[in-house]
Write a new protein. Structure first.
Length: 308
């Protein structure tokens, strides 16, 4: 994929890619800590029948890294301007996780979005005190906060690997030994491949796609709740007039009561009650539906874009 740069009227540099040359337009917004390449395989598959646009959010990939931009409104306005001036409509807009929050914001603002696909975004669960009991907060946001607070300049993907929440799931008797061995493996890979996505033996590789190009200050914005500053998600959802598909991954809770997922069934019911035309499809998998259930995900996207 060849990167394309767009600079907004506010001077914000955004990077995006286009895959495919014919058919309806699909714009995809990735999740936090990754980048457009998380959708690369999906885009290649879908581009057989449509034009696919992949946008790097501010603080990710090749887009501008600037902590002053890391709010829903500022990121959303920049993406909306790119869509209006560079891509045009009508189009289908898809967002994964925090990218789903941004997609909903953009869809609530412009009639160019004629269909909206939300891949497991954390509506309501990522705001205020509730965010403290979510996996993103205890994992990525907290690790990013510690990174920023420490003044570290280490490769963030390595730092994240060493400090992530999931180490607590390893048995006490073997945790430190296993961690030391795998961390050594990760450090060896990074030394040999300084500019590549981190790869660690026995560890899911999709976790680290784009993480070495991620600005930890974006995670800090979720840690402090600054990303949601002044946001009224009820109002945003009520203003979405286009037909919407919500893809819901499974949600579980660990022994400490931490929600291992994006949002609860109660949150989902609230979302559906607010969006005038919203249907739900559930997937028995983790948060990354487009990677874990690739074929089913793609089929759902194609069918949703075809159906009247």
């Amino acid at each position: 994929m060849n990167p394309i740069t767009y600079t907004t009227s506010q001077g914000v540099k955004l990077n995006y890619y286009k895959v495919g040359t014919a058919g309806p337009k699909l714009v995809m917004i990735h999740a936090q800590s990754t980048c457009s390449r998380s959708f690369e395989d999906t885009a290649k598959f879908l581009s057989k029948a449509m034009q696919v646009y992949l946008i790097d959010c501010p603080g990710h990939g090749l887009s501008e890294h600037n902590p002053e931009l890391y709010t829903l409104q500022k990121c959303g306005d920049a993406i909306q301007e790119l869509i209006i001036n560079e891509i045009g409509g009508p189009l289908v807009l898809l967002g994964h996780s925090s990218g789903g929050l941004l997609a909903a914001y953009v869809a609530s603002k412009t009639i160019l979005v004629t269909r909206l696909i939300l891949e497991d975004p954390p509506f309501f669960s990522c705001v205020g005190e509730r965010r403290n009991n979510g996996f993103n907060y205890v994992d990525l946001s907290t690790v990013a906060h510690k990174y920023v607070e420490s003044g570290s300049t280490d490769d963030f993907s390595l730092y994240y690997f060493e400090h992530q929440y999931m180490w607590k799931e390893f048995p006490d008797s073997t945790r430190e030994k296993t961690k030391a061995k795998l961390l050594k493996n990760a450090q060896k890979f990074r030394k040999k491949h300084p500019n590549d996505d981190l790869k660690v033996i026995f560890w899911p590789s999709d976790i680290f796609v784009g993480m070495h190009e991620y600005d930890p200050y974006f995670g800090e914005a979720f840690y402090t709740d600054n990303f949601n500053d002044g946001v009224d998600y009820e109002e945003i959802l009520q203003n979405i007039k286009c037909k919407t598909l919500f893809m819901k991954a499974k949600t579980e809770f660990d022994d400490d009561g931490i929600m291992l997922g994006a949002l609860t069934d109660e949150d989902l019911e609230r979302v559906v009650s607010l969006i005038p035309r919203c249907e739900v499809v559930r997937f028995n998998c983790g948060h990354g539906i487009h990677t874990e259930k690739f074929r089913d995900f793609c089929k759902r996207v194609v069918d949703f874009m075809k159906n009247e």
